[in-house]
Design a binder for this molecule. Structure first.
Ligand SMILES: [Fe+2]
Ligand SMILES: [Fe+2]
Length: 358
């Protein structure tokens, strides 16, 4: 795979023009190939958290985020080959929330595929979601690329089946960002077994793109930016030349590289999360926060949300962020150092210290 500059430039230009008036995020992923493979792009919308109030009333901001993302997706030129929805369509997994979200998404033109989020799952363990959107994990091939969708937000059976007196309480416990009663996410034995079988049929030089809701890496356990069996999943992906994992859930910019696997988050349509203090590369002298902030900068309602263009050239992503109420950011894959770098904000020291996770 190679970047084809002309197509990339015109693509970003047309999408960027649209972004001028945009206040709400979708993510667009372009795959550019040389030779026999065809270039194509797909759009990604994630984390809308449609929240039911009562009767036919829903939290208006979250509705509007999704409605706008759908409208903007339908206007994209070139037209994406398909749309992925990255999970957390609902806030508390209820039928009214999932129905309302599905109704908004039904306005999308073209094929839509879905990823399960924990906010969709923990009320009825995905039963109603499956009726609306299909299986919780699956794979498909598109123009020479193998795509895999995993339900990465499962957890230990004891927590799921024995811990809580009601399904509603189980859902609420998993819905909090930093709730000590929640439980680490995982892909689990059954899906890893399936994934192994699925990947056995795929040639090692085929580009593989994996969609999950939680990051398939260990970022920050306190907030469940975490997948308990991440290493085991990564081991299954290791034999392939180039793998990209694209995930939602974290409502913020995240990128990483572990061996052959590039990891990229997509932004949320609902709200941004702040960066946990544990991300800091430098020593912190600020007092510890005792009141959780609900976004990076509370004065900007949409801080850290916006448009994102991902170019999966060579399986290593170049990212362009057009952020509402914030400076644009460009993250490029550094071929010498073999990891992505923010073209402006990358800490010099971070260039020589390998990234580690706790
Ligand atoms: Fe979310
Ligand atoms: Fe989530």
């Amino acid at each position: 795979m190679n970047i084809i500059n002309n197509s990339r430039r015109s693509f970003i230009k047309s999408a960027g023009a649209l972004a001028l008036g945009a206040t709400l995020p979708i993510s667009l992923v372009e795959l550019a190939f040389a030779g026999s493979r065809e270039n194509f792009s797909f759009a990604y919308i994630s984390d809308s958290h449609i929240q039911h109030i009562k009767d036919n009333r829903f939290v208006r901001n979250w509705d509007r985020g999704l409605i706008r993302a759908v409208a903007e997706t339908n206007l994209l030129v070139p037209k994406p080959d398909f749309v992925m929805y990255g999970g957390d369509l609902a806030q508390l997994g209820s039928k009214p929330e999932l129905d309302h979200g599905a109704e908004i998404l039904s306005a999308l033109k073209g094929d839509v595929r879905y990823v399960m989020g924990e906010h969709d799952y923990y009320l009825d363990l995905g039963e109603y979601w499956e009726k609306l959107f299909g299986p919780q994990y699956y794979s498909f091939d598109h123009k020479g690329v193998h795509f895999v969708v995993l339900n990465s937000i499962k957890t230990y059976d004891d927590w799921t089946f024995n811990r809580w007196p009601t399904a509603e309480q189980r859902m609420r416990e998993m819905a909090g960002l930093d709730n000590p009663n929640s439980s680490p996410f995982m892909v689990g034995d059954e899906q890893r077994l399936w994934l192994k079988k699925d990947l056995d049929k795929v040639k090692k030089d085929t580009p593989v793109v994996v969609f999950s809701h939680s990051p398939l890496q260990k970022i920050y356990k306190g907030w469940n930016f975490w997948t308990e069996d991440a290493e085991q999943v990564q081991a299954l992906l290791k034999p392939f030349n180039k793998v990209s994992v694209i995930y939602g859930h974290v409502h913020q910019i995240q990128y990483n590289q572990i061996g052959n696997i590039s990891f990229n988050s997509v932004m949320a349509t609902a709200w941004p999360w702040p960066y946990p203090q544990s991300y800091a590369q430098a020593e912190q002298y600020l007092p510890k926060l005792t009141v959780p902030m609900n976004r990076a900068d509370p004065f900007f309602e949409r801080d850290a949300t916006g448009w994102q263009f991902i170019n999966l050239a060579d399986g290593n992503a170049d990212l362009n962020f057009t952020l509402y109420n914030n400076s644009n950011r460009i993250v490029r894959y550094n071929k010498t150092l073999k990891h992505p770098e923010d073209t402006v904000y990358q800490d010099e020291k971070a260039r020589i210290i390998p990234q580690t996770h706790y």
